[in-house]
Design a protein around this ligand. Structure first.
Ligand code: SF4
Ligand code: SF4
Length: 262
């Protein structure tokens, strides 16, 4: 029986998820023995464009050339997994999504220089363009979660990703709550998976795992506003990594804001 063929690809982002895969160290040898890595530009040079059982895609999509490549990967892959917060939600480069003004911001950075290589557009998560079968967020992804997911996906099973927020992991560790101490912590709004690493070191969560599945922005906003946190600050902070996932929900916040202000 032939080994499952996988491809690992990177678009707009810091490449931290691909580095995390390379950083699987001792387990990487087992992984290489269990699968046929068809394409992984960061790790090998003899990459191919063949049919894939699973494609892992990192980064958001921000140019026409990337979009063409993404569609080609999708057409060749039975399963496509978005890895990392940029691929899943757009990441920091998508925090202004739905506010408009991309052309002005682009000109503010690049001036009137015309970039010939490929036309850029507002960065968006992978599922804005193609069907995504699974999302594995993280900034970067957790290597244990990645290895567990790979072994399940290639065996035809669906991996389990946490659905609850960082606060749950934080409570498992019996940390004192930073939010109750009076500092803004995005733990209640953020998907678990990192092991609550920041609050465990008395550092507030900034939401780098992206929004939790059942994110209730308006309910959370009311709670935080009643505790004296500023709405704009909360929204700005959770949009930093939540990108598209949060932008859509924030649009519905105006009514709640008015209610709290009364
Ligand atoms: S410190 Fe942050 S992550 Fe931990 S329980 Fe409080 S709000 Fe949640
Ligand atoms: S605690 Fe929050 S900011 Fe820190 S790694 Fe986890 S999700 Fe990211």
């Amino acid at each position: 029986m032939s080994s499952p063929r996988i491809g690992i690809y990177g678009f707009t982002g810091c490449a931290g998820d691909q580095l995390m895969i390379l950083n699987c160290e001792d387990r990487l040898i087992d992984l290489l023995g269990a699968v046929d890595i068809n394409s992984f530009a960061m790790a090998k040079s003899d990459n191919q464009d063949g049919e894939l059982d699973v494609a892992f895609v990192e980064g958001s999509i921000s140019t026409e050339e990337q979009l063409k490549h993404l569609k080609d990967i999708r057409s060749r892959a039975k399963i496509l997994v978005a890895i990392g917060t940029c691929a899943c939600w757009g990441g920091p480069q998508a925090m202004k999504l739905e506010e408009g003004g991309f052309e002005d911001r682009y000109r503010g950075v690049y001036g009137d220089v015309k970039i010939e290589v490929s036309k850029a557009f507002e960065a968006q998560p992978v599922d804005a363009f193609v069907k995504v079968d699974m999302k594995m967020p993280g900034c970067p992804i957790d290597k244990t979660e990645f290895l567990s997911a790979v072994s399940k996906v290639v065996a035809g099973r669906h991996p389990y990703f946490y659905k609850f927020p960082v606060c749950t992991e934080c409570k498992w560790k019996e940390n004192p709550c930073i939010l109750i101490e009076g500092r803004f912590c995005a733990g209640p709004l953020t998907k678990a998976g990192c092991g609550a690493v920041c609050p465990s070191h008395n550092i507030p969560c900034v939401g780098c795992w992206g929004p939790t599945d059942d994110l209730n922005v308006s309910g959370e906003y009311k709670l935080l506003a009643e505790k004296g946190y500023d709405a704009d600050e909360i929204i700005q902070k959770i949009k930093k990594f939540g990108g598209a996932g949060v932008a859509k929900l924030v649009k519905n916040l105006d009514r709640e804001r008015e209610e709290v202000r009364k």
